[in-house]
Design a protein. Sequence first.
Length: 93
Amino acid sequence: VKFVFKWMDSDGQRRAEGTVAISDFTHDTFAEGVLAAPVVELIFKEAKQLEVSRRHAVEAAVGRTWPPTPAGSLLDQVSSRMKAWVTEYEQSR
């Protein structure tokens, strides 16, 4: 999933672009008691150029852990879609 995080500072509008890659996702990811968390990789090339507080703001808005936190992050929304897919998949089996 590609993302663009925008904000205003004294130099005008700034942006950080990147991707969130999810791999090793299976239909068991959302099953109770199953340790099948997917691998989540957050990549944005501007990370090293950002001040620490701004980098943390980008990471919080996008999310980088599984299960996704905080609620409402981009990864949390992607997770909701993935969970819907799992439900449909299990009903079709």
